[in-house]
Every structure is written in C-alpha cells, then in structure tokens.
Design a binder for this molecule. Structure first.
Ligand SMILES: NC(=O)C1=CN([C@@H]2O[C@H](COP(=O)(O)OP(=O)(O)OC[C@H]3O[C@@H](n4cnc5c(N)ncnc54)[C@H](O)[C@@H]3O)[C@@H](O)[C@H]2O)C=CC1
Ligand SMILES: O=C(O)CCC(=O)C(=O)O
Length: 524
C-alpha cells in the first residue's frame, strides 16, 4: 500500500488514476494538517502553494517522489530532493496552451486598455477618448525564451499579423527553421520590439534579465508582459521605467513575492495584473493533474517515468531494454562494495557487447547506488548516487568496447581503492540470469544473489573439506559452490552461496584455517 499526500488544490478528475488504484491511499490535506504522520507518505503532489523545502523533505522519511502539477519547480528544492534520493517530476506541457492564451489575453488587454476601461464603465463613466489603444497587427513582438509557451505565443502572434523576433540562447537552428523563426540576439529583440514577452524559467541567468541596463535598450513606449516567473523582470526597474514614461505599460501574471501585497507596481494605471492565472483553466488543470498522477502511479509501480527533473528520462522501450543490465549493475556494485572495504577513489566501468549500445547513464547510476548503499547511512538510489559519489570523492567513468570476450554482453569494473585495485566482470544471460564471470583476477561463474561467502586460499587438497566441515558444524547449509584458481597450487578462490547469513564468529573461524588468506561475507 502506497500513501500519497496531495497538499495543493489539484483537479480531482485528473487524480482519478491514483484515486482508483487499489493499492494507493490518497490524502488530500495541507502539510500543516498531517504534521504528525508526514513520515508515512511515499509520494507528494503539489501545485505551487506548497513549498517543498529541505526541512519538509527531511521530515518525509518515506518519500520517494514529488509530483508538481505544472511546469515551474521553483517551489521545490530539487537539490535537496536529489540529496534525499527523491525523484521530482513535473507536468511539462499540460498547461502550455492555457498559459500562451493567457499571455495573449494580457497582450490584447494591455494595448487596448481593457481592464482600465472595464473599471471605468463599471464606475458609470463613458469615456471613450481615454482608452484609445493600438493594433497588434504589424507590431514587432519580442519573445524571450522560445520553449513550449514562447513558441505557442509566437504562433498566435503570427496569426494576428505581428512580426515575431525570438531570443533563446538554447534554440537550435534546426528547431528555429522548423517553426519558421529567425533567432536574434537579445539586443536585437530589445531594440526592435514594440511588445516584449518573457517565457524563460527563473534561473541565475534570467533573474533580472529585464533590469535597468536592458530596459534602457528597449524602444520608448514599449509594452512588457511577464506570464513566466516573477523576477525575470526586475520589479524596481519596472517602477523606474514606468515613472519616467519609457515603458508604456506592463502586464504581470507573476511576481517576485506572491501575493505581491502593497507593491508599488500596483499603483500604476498602466500596469495590469492577474494573480498567477496562466495555468488556471479547467483544461490545463485536468491535463497537469492527469499527467502527474499517471507518472506517479507508474513510478510507484516500478515503471520508468518520462518527466523527471532529477533522473535521466527513459522511455518504456528503453527501460525494458536496459532493465536486466540495470539489475546486474546494481548487484555488481553491491558485491564490489562489500569486497572493497576501504576508501575508493575511482570506479572505471566498461560496457561491452550489446549493452554498450544502450542508454548506459541509468545503468551506471544503478551500479553506483549498489556500490554506495552498504557505505552510506542515508537513502541512496539512482537519483542521488552520482551526487553522493561526487561528494565522497569517487570519480567514475564509462568506456565502451566491442570486444566482450566471448560474452554477448558484459559489464566490467575496475575499482581503485587506497590499498588495492579490484576487478569484477558480470554478464546477463537471457532466460538464465546474472552471472559474475571474473572476480578479483579469477575466472569464475556465480550468481550474484543471496548470502555469499568469498574465500581466498592456496590451492591445496582438502581446502573445500575444511570449509565444508566448519560450516556444517555450525548448521550452515551450502546452496552452491564455485571455485577458481590462477594456477595449479597457486592462489584460488571459492564463492559459496549459503542458505542463511553467516555469523561473524564463523567468519573468524574460517580465517584461522592455515592456507586461507581472506574470508568475506557478501550480502546481495
Ligand atoms: N503563469 C503561469 O501560470 C505559468 C508559468 N509558466 C512558466 O513559464 C515559463 C516557460 O515555461 P515553458 O515554456 O513550459 O518552459 P520551456 O522549458 O519549454 O521553455 C523555456 C525556454 O527558456 C529558454 N531559456 C532558458 N534560459 C534562457 C535565457 N537565459 N534567455 C532566454 N531564453 C532562455 C530555454 O531554452 C527554453 O527554450 C516557465 O518559467 C514556467 O514556470 C508555465 C506555466 C504556467
Ligand atoms: O497554477 C499553477 O499551478 C501555476 C502554474 C505554473 O506557474 C507553472 O506550471 O509553472
């Protein structure tokens, strides 16, 4: 049974996939109403009201996924979520059309003074000359940020006969050509546009993008629209440029602080505002809720999600192809970590054969998660494994080879520790399972599963008997035993699979046997 907290107002109809699932309990309450049992939720669904802070994440100890029913994740501390191994997903395109339409509604309202005229008529005035506007037709529209919403706004602008100028440093030539726009520099957009609308995320680079310096580059009489995020337009600079008459009008759906309180911008007649309504349509709310509910359900059922912010995104088809290697890699990481009980500096991974052609990023993360799990107290999984490895000074890298030395596929690791270097190679055999085929320089063949016991010894008659006797004396049953040696009479290893975990006292007894060099328990 999974428990999901829906802490903001999210379309009930959109939540249907979760509400109808048998193994899921959905609790629709504010965080403050469930303080005492925050640690019992597996998933958290929010819009923008709930602030998913590090403090909240620390309290939600069972949390596995946060779903944002919308685009912007600035109310979620994604780094902290990554640190806690919590997947963050959003609904990237469910509200695109609504927000593009809202932007257009704001544009028309702004240049035709509709809100002001509305208030005037409602006040029983009839002042037609006070509200003379301008046409959109033939005007130059600057679109800053040409992603989903920016490009939908541009389409509508063209239908209105506007000339569209686009600035987006990440817009590829191919995409620009496909949509039929000519990308410009920021300065070009600023200097040529009669109306400028922003559609970027709020980042270090976009914060204050329309500040005093760039506003000074705009045409006198420019109209500005922000239906993206408060702060992309510097609010103090807007006040200054409205006061000096350079900016003819501003339309804002978003503010640096929401609600904005008694903000000086609200005092201007030529500033029109809405309370973050871009996505507030029945359709958008149904789409984003459905998208996020379906993704959360998939995730809780162990299927890949496609709209993750902090995990590599995987399609179902890719996931199905990598799943076996993903499992093998995790087991190999777990085995290697318990063998190398010492600080590790580097993990070099070589993917060979069929696995080398797959999306290995996810496989590598799985391997790292398996490796780190026995070493770290906190949750470690594919979400945070790379981050934790980095924090611990473990460098990792992937290599690809066409030479899989007789195996259809293989994953080989070389792990560089402070005292030793360890190698391990595994392969996945369809309809048979995972096998470790090289271990610490020995050719061997065992399944990386269950309670394993590794013994390194000198190759002498009677060694197997001595080990068997000690285990038998302690009622430990051996399920399987694989042996390997480098040369007759040289170094040799045994890998035993036991029916139950081994007590440390038995490990000590085995270590005392003459000609046994080392004994290690490995739990997979
Ligand atoms: N008012 C509302 O209710 C809503 C607001 N939004 C906001 O609208 C904004 C855009 O959303 P989408 O189009 O869905 O996002 P998107 O990710 O599809 O597009 C963002 C675009 O901004 C571009 N960009 C990034 N840094 C830039 C920079 N320094 N200068 C210029 N362009 C830059 C990116 O290359 C990308 O093409 C986001 O801030 C989102 O949070 C989204 C939905 C509803
Ligand atoms: O209405 C909402 O949930 C806010 C939508 C929004 O700003 C977004 O999706 O980024």
């Amino acid at each position: 049974m999974f428990r999901i907290l829906v802490s903001d107002a999210i379309s009930e109809e959109g939540l249907a996939p979760l509400l109808n699932a048998e193994h899921i309990e959905v609790v629709q309450k504010k965080v403050s109403d469930v303080e005492e049992y925050l640690d019992q939720f597996d998933a958290l669904l929010v819009r923008s009201a709930t602030k998913v802070t590090e403090e909240l994440l620390a309290k939600m100890k069972s949390l596995k996924i946060v779903g944002r029913a919308g685009v912007g994740v600035d109310n979620i501390d994604v780094d902290a979520a990554t640190k806690y191994g919590v997947v963050v997903i959003n609904a990237p395109d469910g509200n695109t059309i609504s927000t593009a339409e809202h932007t257009f509604a704001m544009m028309a309202a702004l240049v035709r003074h509709i809100p002001q005229a509305h208030v005037s008529v409602k006040s029983r005035e009839w002042n037609r000359s006070a509200f003379v506007g301008s046409e959109l037709y033939g005007k130059h529209l600057g679109v800053i940020g040409f992603g989903r919403i920016g490009s939908e706004v541009a389409k509508r602008a063209r239908a209105f006969g506007m000339k569209v100028h686009v600035y987006d440093p990440f817009l590829t030539k191919a995409r620009a050509e496909k949509i039929g726009v000519e990308p410009c520099t920021l300065d070009e957009v600023l200097s040529v546009s009669d109306i400028i609308t922003v559609h970027t995320p709020l980042t270090k680079e976009t914060k204050g993008l329309l500040g005093p310096k760039n506003l000074a580059k705009t045409k006198k009489g420019v109209y500005l629209i922000n239906c993206a995020r408060g702060g992309i337009m510097d609010e103090q600079a807007l006040v200054a440029f409205l006061e000096n008459g350079h900016v003819a009008g501003v339309a804002l759906d978003v503010f640096e602080q929401e609600p904005p309180g008694d903000h000086p911008l609200l005092a201007f007649d030529n500033v029109i505002v809405t309370p973050h309504l871009g996505a507030s349509t029945v359709e958008a709310q149904l789409h984003v809720a459905t998208q996020v509910a379906e993704e959360v359900l998939k995730f809780l059922e162990g299927k890949p999600v496609t709209s993750s912010i902090n995990l590599p995104t995987l399609s179902k088809e890719v996931y199905e192809k990598i799943q076996s290697f993903y499992n093998l890699a995790k087991k190999m990481g777990t085995v290697a970590s318990q063998y190398m009980v010492e600080p590790v500096q580097e993990i070099a991974i070589t993917y060979s054969g069929t696995v080398a052609d797959l999306e290995t990023t996810f496989i590598t993360r799985s391997l790292l998660a398996g490796f780190l799990k026995p070493r770290v107290a906190s949750t470690v999984n594919e979400v945070n494994a790379a981050m934790i490895a980095k924090e611990r000074g473990i460098v990792f890298g992937e290599k690809f080879s066409t030479n899989s030395e007789g195996y259809a596929n293989s994953i080989a690791l070389t792990i560089y520790g402070e005292k030793q270097t360890f190698t391990i190679k595994g392969t996945h055999i369809p309809n048979y399972g995972d096998r470790i085929v090289h271990f610490n320089g020995f050719a061997i063949d065992f399944a990386p599963e269950g309670h394993l016991l590794y013994i390194q010894h000198h190759d002498k008659p009677g060694m197997i008997g001595q080990v068997g006797k000690i285990l038998g004396d302690h009622q430990v049953n051996i399920a399987t035993m694989q042996v390997g040696r480098q040369a007759v009479g040289g170094k040799a290893i045994m890998m035993l699979s036991l029916d139950k975990p081994l007590a440390d006292s038995i490990v000590e007894k085995l270590s005392e046997v003459t000609d046994i060099e080392s004994v290690k328990k490995i739990e997979v």
